[in-house]
Write a protein that binds this ligand. Sequence first.
Ligand code: 13P
Length: 249
Amino acid sequence: MRKNIVAGNWKMNNDLSQTEALISDLKHQKNRGNAEVMIAPAFTNLYSAFNALKDTSIEVTAQNMHFAKNGAYTGEVSASMIKSVGIQTVILGHSERRAYFGETDLILKQKVDAALAADLRVVFCFGEELADRNAGNQEVVVASQIKNALFHLDKLVFKNIVLAYEPVWAIGTGETASPQQAQNMHKFIRKTLNDKYGKDVSENMSILYGGSVKPNNAQEIFSKPDVDGGLIGGAALNAEDFFAIVNAF
Ligand code: 13P
């Protein structure tokens, strides 16, 4: 059966001492629900965060990686570098990577392949922009993002993939997809997976929702049958808020 997951994407926030302070706050919180918990600090803090949390049930993940194994890619970090500090999961395809750093479906396909080849679990993000939704094209856009980056894969590797639907218009805006909008899209995503790979993949896939999830709206969003958790930005930077969301399951 698929897992419930709540992941905090810290984005480009928190230096080393702020990371240590937030992790110390997180350790004082209790997971009263049934969701797996992840946090994704910046690269510079992964090693410290991993060590601080290795005896807890909070998993530390990376926010990005390059697809090449190594070489002349100034400023980049490879899958094996991430693995070498103990990390087992990487977020790929975040809309901020797509919008500000030119990550295309083709680049993401290469990143997904490189991550899976290195035995990293992938949290693969995608989602439509406001103009797509206003034009009624959200399903077409989401289906093509998924197909272009993932549909060359063998069905067996999907156990190492988590999907995160993040409508761009709901990220950091305070505007959330309504629980019903999220449910409709998640159901569509599951159907898209089912049509290609069958129920083994579609029913076992955790599909997270991201976009202005807060303590006051998490429970209703997570109550939808095809929503298996959340990818949390702003509210993940405060331990009490984050665990209020974790405990909404
Ligand atoms: P916010 O929760 O700040 O809207 O960010 C969502 C997000 O982008 C998580 O990856």
